[in-house]
Design a binder for this molecule. Structure first.
Ligand SMILES: *Cc1c(COP(=O)(O)O)cnc(C)c1O
Length: 366
């Protein structure tokens, strides 16, 4: 059966190996997955209580408007309810954006490397993709602006950028928006927003009143630890949201996910705990990398892109055999790196021991 011709050039998302399969393949009793930037501390106990005690009415369709969640998020960020759209993860909002705004004859600008779903869905809609290499992991905003022409419809900014961690400050963003033509929709993907330290003025949201061509994407998958439930959201002017609502499926987030997200966003102590542990582990791991003289990109997230003395793929293999799953940079457009999710303290200590062993081997061969 033939699909759209462009599908021949693309492939389905290749999920990382399942933990069970790796355990069987290598005869390992325990696997630590540090490959998808999931929250190693789980999720709010309050959400867990809800999930074990309160699941009722699964025979009923969810609230297609996600009313309670909408109100909760609108209150949190002081925006109107009509400025919000919810998706089955922010992944789905990326898809909705492409579906609503891109078509053959139009083009879209993004960094490389960056989150791969922008490119994937843009190509499916038949748009031309213009990719601008990052500089030391940061978006080259000047160059990206120069790529814009009258057929440019979406500009993707990922901050902090996955996989490099590069950040666009609020000032840089504002300056950029003042220069960028208004017919271009700027998508600011802030999947790791919660991890940003407070010295970065976080509230790109305050730019929304001046800039109707901006949408900010957030997710419950990372710091809130709800990747398995699939819920994310976009904040933008009503004129953007109303287009997304047309392409959005009527019941695109489940009733359980909506309720869990409401509880999660109100449990600030779980979030603070996650962020506290994460910073501690980050500093410790950075110190270790300095000791073995491996480079890395600065990070304000729950992952770190490490520069490796051999190929990222070889580091990946070495770690996999010892029970740690990371992402080789070769698969992310950053050769000679690995992206490592910052895990729990004890696991990271064990990882350090293994990386030290690897560094000893590599330096002997140098
Ligand atoms: C993880 C991630 C997402 C997707 O998150 P979901 O809400 O789980 O779909 C989007 N953007 C970036 C940059 C991410 O790293």
């Amino acid at each position: 059966m033939e699909g759209k011709p462009v599908l021949e050039q693309l492939s389905a998302y290749k999920p990382g190996k399942q933990v069970k399969d790796i355990q069987n393949e290598y005869g390992l009793s325990r696997i630590v997955k540090l490959a998808s930037n999931e929250n190693p501390y789980g999720f709010s106990k309050k959400v867990e209580t809800f999930l074990t005690d309160n699941i009722k009415e699964l025979n009923i369709y969810p609230d297609g408007n996600a009313g309670e969640l909408r109100k909760t998020v609108a209150d949190k960020w002081q925006v109107t309810e009509s400025q919000l759209v919810f998706g089955s993860g922010s992944d789905e909002i990326v898809q909705m954006l492409c579906r609503a705004f891109l078509a053959p004859g139009l083009n879209t600008v993004m960094a490389t490397p960056t989150f791969p779903q922008y490119r994937h869905h843009a190509l499916i809609e038949g748009a031309e993709v213009k990719e601008v290499p990052t500089i030391e992991g940061k978006h080259n905003l000047e160059q990206m602006l120069q790529m814009v022409n009258e057929n440019t419809k979406i500009m993707w900014l990922c901050s902090p950028n996955n996989p490099t961690g590069g950040i666009i400050s609020k000032n840089q963003l504002h300056e950029f928006m003042l220069k960028c033509p208004k017919h271009v929709l700027i998508v600011l993907d802030e999947a790791y927003y919660e991890y940003l330290s407070k010295e970065f003025d976080p509230s790109a949201i305050t730019l929304l009143s001046q800039h109707k061509n901006l949408i900010i994407l957030r997710t419950f998958s990372k710091a809130y630890g709800l990747a398995g439930l699939r819920v994310g959201y976009g904040i933008a002017d009503e004129s953007v949201i109303s287009k997304l609502n047309v392409v959005r499926g009527p019941f695109n987030t489940s009733s359980i996910a909506q309720k869990a997200a409401v509880i999660a966003i109100q449990d600030e102590s779980f979030l603070d705990e996650t962020l506290g542990y994460n910073v501690e582990v980050k500093h410790d791991f950075e110190k270790f990398l300095d000791q073995i003289k491996w480079g890395y990109y600065p990070t304000e997230t729950n992952f770190i892109l490490v520069k490796t003395p051999i190929s990222g793929m070889e580091v990946f293999d070495f770690l996999l055999k010892r029970g740690f799953i990371v992402r080789p940079g070769e698969l992310l457009g950053c050769p000679q790196t690995v992206r490592i999710t910052l895990g729990q303290k004890d696991d990271m200590k064990e990882l350090q021991r293994i990386l030290y062993e690897l560094e000893q081997q590599v330096s002997k061969e140098r």
